[in-house]
Design a protein around this ligand. Structure first.
Ligand SMILES: [Zn+2]
Length: 712
């Protein structure tokens, strides 16, 4: 902005920007006038910039003031980069530039309107006065000129800074309190959501436009039916439903615009209590996190809302429906407490299965993309606790499926009637939506035609614009008509009585429908979710059966026992017979390898592992039977029998030497049945004889006994 735009001081004599207080101030010397006069201009928000033109004009008038103080026009620097930037915003480049100019000893005088306001924080203000004092720069505002090196001025400047901060704090408090009081009365509205309008006196009413209201109603009833915001969104896009949005600000404020729905808008609508007639304030909190410039907006739990007043506003849905929608959204979240929305995997019960022993939801995993398995997710959150046993999805799904089809049998006919009514109702609703769109387009075209015909032919410029508008309206009408035709074709004819009978027949054969290849896993899951609230599975470690409790909607619980496939030896049904055979063959002196061959011959199958038994697997089984290594068997040694190493130690000779003696027949012994290890028989007399033998051999010069030793 240049000085030309600025009113001259004489131009507005009454309350205008004329400032004279500092004229002739003895504090200004030539050494100040040799340097620049810096005029700093600031308004915190763009809103202030637009609304407070007067204050802005006064700020620019400071330039003239500097001229009157004796600065030539070309030596006046105006810094106005910070227009529209709040004092709280630390990235005010203008203020930084001001400090830099002063710091380079360029400034003789810094001028601002209400100088202390230019900082908005006492720290900045102290920094500026300090810098100005150091470089002998004067500070000035509409009240006078201050020398930061003068002790009185310095005190005044400090006071001004403190006062301005205090004033700002008081103002903020007053605004906050006012806002909270208004909110407590349920009258504080910043924006109203789609489907509502704000009246001039601040009351909130339903949108007067019938089509806007119809679309909002469609959104809520369709969400109840589809149960997922993403599916609702896809539905609205597919049906080309547009939402009537009223501009909240700007020149078109209050005017209706038709736009395609956006996903975040739908989420906001579903969690806004206003649609249930409730007034709420303080639902959100700004949350700063390190490393992020902007605070995140967090939705608070309902108990923490500052104000919640029910039945205050016109409603689209009941409070109960609002709570149900919230609960549904919570369940749809993919977190441990929620169900998660129905997705495309083959398992039937993802999100519904809970581990009864710890209460956590079980997650669904797919092995090789096919075999589903429900696992307890507790171990992910509490790694120290051993994981609970999981359960095969195929087995559990089958059980629930059987129970479900049984439960549906009597209801099947009623259900089919219900389904028909639903289809009819939805078609009616969509037809109504289209009728309203067509009516609106026809009305727009008709109005454009009337406007065109009303204009006098001589007024050619206006007539041309109106003609274009009329053509545009006609084009839009044609477009909507074509879309409507497409909609009618896609909807098809209403089902005939014959078709109705067929559908009734199908409902009677619900199992066939259920198993039909056209029924997608997702549809099945939706059906299950309509009826089953949760499935609780209790399964002890190593148990081959699980207790299943199906919690149906409405509070009914049925209990079932599910037999599982063996996962380990603990689970094997013929476990005892297998172990008996292992003990039997071991008793016959078989090695682990030999037992493995016998077991394979007898037709046993190892659990989990493919192929037959091996020596290693039999070793595991031997451990299970308490028949670990043969040498540890407590029943191995008979009376007066020694292990080779033990006897060698007793005699004080090497183990190999004793082994050689046994082999030569100098000592008597036998070999173990399995590993063929030597056991030596030696009663106390025999031990004494063997000791003597060792002594004789050691004493003999030939290293041989005098006579061939005979075991006793
Ligand atoms: Zn668990």
């Amino acid at each position: 902005m240049s000085a030309i735009d600025m009113p001259a001081p004489t131009a507005c004599p009454a309350g205008g920007p004329t400032i004279t207080s500092g004229l002739g101030s003895p504090k200004i010397h030539d050494r100040h006038r040799d340097r620049l006069a810096i005029v700093y201009i600031r308004q915190s928000t763009n809103h202030q910039v637009l609304e407070h033109r007067e204050s802005l004009a006064r700020q620019y008038a400071l330039r003239d003031y500097a001229e009157q103080l004796g600065w030539p026009a070309e030596r006046i620097l105006v810094i106005d980069e910070d227009l529209g930037r709040s004092g709280a915003n630390s990235q005010r480049s203008g203020f930084q530039r001001l400090l830099a100019e002063v710091g380079m000893a360029h400034g003789g005088l810094v001028l601002a309107l209400e100088a202390s306001r230019l900082c908005r924080s006492n720290k900045d203000w102290a920094h500026l006065t300090e810098t100005c004092g150091f470089w002998d720069t004067l500070l000035g505002d509409q009240d006078g000129i201050y020398d930061p090196n003068d002790i009185n001025d310095r005190m005044l400047l400090g006071l001004k800074g403190t006062m301005s901060e205090l004033e700002l704090g008081l103002m903020r408090n007053r605004l906050d309190r006012g806002r909270q009081n208004k909110a407590a009365r349920g009258e504080m509205f910043q924006k109203v959501p789609i489907g509502y309008v704000k009246r001039p006196h601040g009351q909130v009413a339903l949108d007067p436009d019938e089509q806007v209201r119809a679309v909002v109603q469609l959104i809520f009833s369709k969400y109840t039916e589809l149960g997922s915001v993403h599916q609702l969104f896809r539905y609205l896009i597919a049906q080309k439903v547009q939402m009537g949005i009223r501009a909240q600000e700007g020149p078109n404020r209050g005017q209706l615009q038709w736009r395609p729905p956006r996903l975040p808008t739908l989420f906001q609508m579903l969690r806004n209590p206003m649609y249930a007639g409730a007034y709420a304030y303080g639902r959100f909190r700004r949350q700063r996190s390190p490393g992020k410039a902007n605070p995140a907006v967090k939705l608070l739990p309902m108990e923490q809302w500052k104000v919640l007043l029910r039945d205050r506003l016109p409603a689209y849905i009941t409070w109960e429906q609002y709570l149900a929608n919230r609960e549904r959204a919570r369940q749809n979240r993919t977190c441990p407490e929620g169900h998660g929305a129905a997705r495309g995997g083959s398992a039937l019960l993802p999100g519904l299965v809970h581990c009864a022993s710890c209460g956590w939801r079980m997650s669904t995993q797919y092995q090789h993309g096919r075999n589903g398995y429900y696992t307890c997710t507790r171990f992910r959150h509490e790694p120290d606790v051993p994981a609970c046993p999981g359960i095969s999805a195929a087995l559990l799904d089958q059980l629930v499926e059987e129970q479900l089809l049984r439960a549906l049998e009597p209801a099947a006919l009623e259900l089919s009637r219900q389904a028909f009514a639903d289809v009819e109702r939805e078609q009616t609703r969509l037809r109504q939506h289209w009728r309203q769109r067509l009516e609106r387009a026809a009305y727009d075209a008709e109005r454009a035609r009337r406007q065109y015909q009303a204009v006098e032919p001589e007024n050619r410029l206006v007539a041309r614009t109106l003609e274009q508008q009329w053509e545009e309206a006609l084009r839009q009408q044609r477009q909507i008509q074509e879309d409507h035709d497409r909609f009618l074709t896609s909807q098809g004819a209403r089902p005939s009585a014959e078709q109705y009978r067929q559908i009734e027949g199908l409902a009677r054969h619900l199992p066939d429908v259920w198993h039909a290849p056209q029924t997608t896993p997702q549809e099945k899951k939706e059906i299950v979710r309509c009826l089953v609230e949760r499935v609780k599975v209790t399964r002890g470690r190593g148990q081959i059966q699980a207790d299943v409790a199906i919690h149906w909607h409405g509070g009914n619980v049925t209990h079932h026992v599910l037999h599982l496939r063996a996962q380990g030896y603990d689970d094997m049904p013929d476990r005892q017979r297998l172990l008996d055979r292992v003990v039997h063959w071991r008793g016959r002196g078989c090695t682990a390898e030999a037992i493995a061959v016998h077991l394979n011959d007898e037709g046993f199958k190892p659990s989990r592992r493919r192929g037959g038994f091996t020596g290693e697997i039999v070793q595991e089984l031997l451990h299970l039977c308490g028949l670990g290594a043969e040498s540890n068997d407590p029943g191995l040694l008979r009376r007066h029998e020694w292990r080779l190493c033990d006897l060698a130690r007793e005699l004080g000779i090497d183990r190999k030497r004793l082994h050689a003696w046994v082999q030569r027949g100098w000592a008597s012994g036998r070999q173990t049945p399995i590993h063929k290890r030597w056991l030596v028989r030696a009663d106390p007399r025999e031990v004494r004889r063997l000791k003597r033998l060792a002594a004789d051999i050691d004493a003999s010069p030939s290293g041989r006994p005098a006579s061939k030793p005979k075991p006793g």
